[in-house]
Write a protein that binds this ligand. Structure first.
Ligand code: HXC
Length: 514
């Protein structure tokens, strides 16, 4: 064969493989609002930057009639490309080929690109759309998942791992995403479950739709498995590209700086926070009042909304924000919000991102439900995560900082580098009302006018303890600042902390309360 005919032959072979599972299967996917696996990769990467590998890999199954079946690329596409001109590794499962199910060769392709990503210290993006372990390949499929999970764990904290759920992800298919840093879901398209509706019906006799069981909203709002929720695939790809601008390429780098810019003009921060500690406000307004361009990329917006996590920039550098949200449950810490914050703190710490904590909370949520749901175990995660983090850690106490909440939200005692408090901050073991009722119970009961006595004792307690000056007198707070000084104080603290370098006791690893 002449070289020209070889080239034509190569093109023909590629064209054939690019048909995936065929027109009919692609049409079925399109009707559900789904792009093909290749279209998805191309939509995420810079134009013409995708390089595909292992295109000619075929499955190795020899049972259940599989020996005669052709599965193009064994149902998964792998390769490298760039986003904003920076390299990434990527794979996309192709549901049109055997339901994107994972057999031996399919898994080997994924692990090859994972190994590449880890070796080259570049982010890994996985687009998941799969029926899970390929039933016909038995233990080889399970082995494949095990190899993927192992690599997800090796890569954790070294390179960013991003999972995009763009179809059903059943059985083993869900655990790799669960081990990665950020999971993106799309309304009506993403489904994640260990056992599908069919199995539930046969084992438990219950009817449930895929959407109700593990649809995008369920994972963004209820389970906390998803970090970003989009209305369609296009919006999802934009979210991924936005996130990528905030994070470093690996744990030895810092996120790329952007040109610094001031926040947009908004109302004065002190006007956002009502002086009455019982009146709620939206903490996002405070974050946006202090970040460059008032931009803030919120993560897990729908899950445990009593705490806010996300990225912003200050003087052009990425900062991770952890902030109580007084608008929801007064911003308390509970099982879910502790999990949400703790994982994010560990992400920031692993990837050299300073953490700014904005505090206004009445403490941990009381109640039998929370106690039995494990608020001790889950609540301990945030203590662990802050204590362990060695990146610059800055706290601003805006209003309430009661009890365990005061300690947990990056207090000096967990080694905050800088702690600032607004002048109306109340730092105490509990709220003045509760404190007065307990400590002065006898005096109140025995008083001629118990109500007047109660109010007097509340006031006394407030004056004595519910202010920032007792903590400031002990050096637990570095500075009591005026609200309008918040951004400038944080900027200065970040500047001073740029070369922060501390080490922890040498150990193999700690044992966090997982
Ligand atoms: C082999 C599979 C498959 C699988 C789907 N297919 N899942 N083939 N192994 N696990 C094939 C179907 O046979 C079909 O092939 C094609 O993919 C499309 O599937 P449909 O069922 O027609 O699609 P849809 O109606 O959209 O339903 C999607 C689905 C359903 C909900 C994902 O396919 C399903 O329930 N699959 C099984 C899910 C599951 O239980 N997986 C768990 C495996 S065990 P044809 O040739 O007809 O087009 C597991 C354990 C690992 O993963 C544990 C690790 C910790």
């Amino acid at each position: 064969m002449s070289l020209k005919r070889n080239i034509l032959d190569l093109r023909k072979r590629k064209e054939e493989i690019q048909k995936g599972g065929g027109e009919e299967a692609i049409e079925k996917q399109a009707q559900m609002g789904k792009l093909t696996a290749r279209e998805r990769i191309i939509s995420i990467l810079d134009e013409n930057s995708f390089h595909e590998y292992d295109m000619f890999v075929e499955h190795a199954a020899r049972d259940f009639g599989m020996e005669d079946k052709i599965l193009h690329g064994d149902g998964v596409i792998i390769g490298t490309g760039t986003i904003y001109n920076k390299p990434v590794c990527i794979f996309a499962q192709d549901f049109t080929v055997a339901g994107g199910s994972l057999g031996l060769m399919h898994a080997q392709k994924i692990t090859k690109i994972m190994d590449h990503a880890l070796k080259m210290r570049v982010p890994l993006i996985g687009i998941n759309d799969s029926g899970g372990a390929r039933i016909q390949e038995g233990v080889n499929s399970l082995a494949g998942y095990g190899e993927i999970f192992f690599r997800n764990t090796l890569a954790s904290g070294v390179i960013p791992q991003i999972s995009v759920i763009l179809g059903p992800c059943a059985g083993g298919a869900v655990y790799s995403p669960a081990l990665t840093d950020f999971v993106f879901v799309v309304e009506n398209i993403s489904k994640m479950f260990i056992t599908g509706p069919g199995v539930i019906k046969s084992v438990l006799g219950e009817d449930i739709s895929m959407e109700e069981l593990g649809g995008a909203r369920v994972h963004a709002q209820v389970t906390g498995n998803a970090h970003f929720f989009a209305k369609n695939e296009k919006e999802c790809f934009e979210q991924i590209k936005k996130l990528i601008t905030y994070i470093p390429w690996n744990n030895k780098e810092k996120a790329q700086p952007f040109p610094a810019k001031p926040p947009k003009k908004s109302k004065k921060v002190e006007r956002i926070v009502p002086t009455d500690p019982k009146i709620p406000y939206d903490m996002r307004e405070i974050i946006k009042a202090i970040t460059d361009g008032s931009e803030f990329l919120e993560i897990m917006e729908l899950f445990a909304p009593n705490i806010i996590i996300g990225f912003g920039r200050m003087d052009g550098e990425t900062v991770g924000f952890v902030a109580n949200q007084p608008m929801v449950l007064a911003g308390v810490l509970d099982t879910d919000s502790s999990d949400k914050a703790a994982r994010f703190i560990r992400y920031c710490d692993a990837f050299n991102i300073p953490i700014v904590t904005l505090e206004d909370l009445p403490g941990y949520l009381p109640g039998v439900d929370q106690e039995h749901a494990g608020v001790i175990r889950h609540g301990a995660k945030i203590l662990y995560a802050y204590s362990e983090a060695t990146v610059p850690k800055i706290t601003v106490i805006l209003r309430k900082a009661y009890g365990g909440g005061y300690i947990a939200m990056n207090s000096r005692h967990l080694r905050a580098d800088f702690v600032f408090a607004w002048p109306a901050a109340e730092i105490a073991v509990m709220g003045p009302e509760g404190a007065a009722n307990i400590v002065f119970r006898k005096e109140i009961m025995e008083a001629e006018d118990p109500e007047a006595m109660r109010l007097q004792k509340i006031q006394e307690y407030k004056e004595k303890f519910a202010n920032p000056y007792v903590a400031a007198a002990k050096g637990y707070i570095d500075e009591v600042i005026e609200p309008e000084e918040t951004r400038s104080r944080i900027l200065h603290a970040l500047k001073v902390s740029k070369n922060k370098n501390i080490s922890m006791p040498v150990k193999k690893h700690g044992i966090p309360p997982f």
